[in-house]
Design a protein around this ligand. Structure first.
Ligand code: ATP
Ligand code: MG
Length: 386
């Protein structure tokens, strides 16, 4: 059963030919069984990192302390890790030590969920000590071993549980959810980067509403005061993926649980682009509270308006207005700053007038033709004196 891409088979075969045991493990086995193309490949072996490095021409020692080597082949990269068991967890985040072992089953036992704790060899034979295949059939997410113990060891597993619920559409086992309810406060110790990654994968999944479940279970309490209540989660699905982080932040802000959407994304160490979008969307939302969508599209950046509209539950309307294109931005006006300079205006005043004209044209009050626009300026600044 040739389920592996060539470069993964090369890694498995090379290790075996050198007398080692080697298996594809974790997410790639799960995704293969689900018929979803895995996006990365992890191999576990009884070979030590020195032996792995000696067997392949191009390698990068990615996590020496944990015995991980990235093998680079023409077909792609494969993470190869020595079978290991985790030592004691003292801080709820990372094991104090790792211990190399020679049984794949022990390596599988340290993994978070049964569906993520299977190994597959080069012939397609599967090692599945915790019933992962059965859980895939039942569409069920269960922890390997007692959920309270596993979540206390590493609180990130609670966020991963809800992330896989969102990505795979599987139900979460009741005992696991009870454990999340009890142990959610432990998530406050996690680094923002790890939390952001799970939140981001959840928001980009087919069920982004699970991000709101993360809030409701208290898993994001480290980032928001009263743990955002009554967020209209269904709105997340309407927005395209690249806007969802900002939409989410804006909806949290609307509950009053954070002072600003941009601040929330900064605390979560989101990308500069996401933070900026959240900030721009907050300003667009203020605009939308006072003016129709069409005028907001004339005045603010389109992505910011769409984001604010999605958070407000009218993404479809904003999208349609954007596509209809019946708004005129400053850059599309039939007069320019130069024309206004000739009339004796300067700097800020010029920007203010152009903005006024773009709204005036968009609302249908003035035609977008130079004489009409110049006439409009004269009338306005005569009426308003200054
Ligand atoms: P993805 O499709 O997002 O890559 P994945 O399941 O492969 O999902 P990774 O973060 O790539 O997730 O981790 C690879 C494997 O390592 C997992 O399938 C799981 O077996 C194990 N693993 C990852 N994080 C943890 C954790 N916090 N606790 C226990 N096991 C973990
Ligand atoms: Mg993976």
């Amino acid at each position: 059963m040739p389920v592996f891409p060539g470069h993964v088979l090369t890694v498995l075969d090379t290790l075996r030919a050198a007398g080692h045991r080697a298996y594809a493990v974790g997410g790639c086995v799960r995704d293969t069984l689900l018929g979803r193309g895995p996006h990365d490949w992890d191999v576990a072996t009884d070979a030590g990192d020195g032996e792995i490095v000696a067997l392949f021409e191009h390698t990068v020692p990615t996590g020496a302390r944990y015995g991980t080597v990235t093998v680079l082949l023409p077909g792609g990269a494969v993470e190869v890790t020595t079978f290991r068991r985790d030592g004691e967890y003292l801080d709820g985040r990372k094991p104090e030590t790792v211990e190399f072992v020679d049984d794949i089953r022990e390596d599988l036992a340290r993994r978070d969920l049964t569906v993520n704790a299977m190994a597959m060899d080069g012939r397609g034979d599967i090692i599945d000590p915790f019933g992962g295949r059965e859980d895939i059939k039942r569409k069920l997410l269960r922890t390997v071993g007692d959920p309270e113990r596993r979540f206390s060891e590493d609180a990130l597993r609670m966020l991963r549980l809800l992330r896989f619920h969102a990505q795979l559409g599987f139900e979460c086992d009741g005992a696991a959810l009870n454990a999340v309810r009890r142990l959610a406060p432990l998530a406050a110790r996690l680094s923002a980067e790890r939390v952001r990654e799970e939140l981001c994968k959840t928001l980009l999944s087919p069920r982004p509403a699970s991000a709101v479940l993360m809030i409701e279970y208290g898993l994001l309490a480290g980032f928001m005061s009263e743990n955002g209540k009554n967020i209209p989660a269904a709105r997340l699905s309407e927005a395209p993926g690249e806007l969802r982080m900002a939409v989410f932040a804006l909806m949290v802000r609307n509950t009053g649980a954070v002072p600003s959407a941009e601040g929330l994304l900064r605390a979560l160490r989101c990308t500069a682009r996401e933070c900026r979008l959240a900030g721009a969307a907050e300003r667009a939302a203020e605009g939308l509270a006072k003016m129709p969508v069409r005028l907001a599209l004339a005045e603010f950046d389109a992505e910011a308006v769409l984001t604010a509209a999605a958070a407000g539950g009218f993404y479809g309307e904003a999208r349609a207005e954007l596509e209809a294109g019946s708004f005129t931005k400053v850059a599309g006006l039939a007069v320019t700053g130069e024309d206004l300079k000739k009339l004796g205006f300067e700097g800020r005043k010029i920007r203010e007038i152009l903005r006024f004209l773009s709204l005036s044209v968009t609302s249908g009050e003035t035609k977008n033709e130079k004489p009409a626009l110049l006439e409009r300026i004269k009338a306005h600044y005569r009426d308003n004196k200054q």
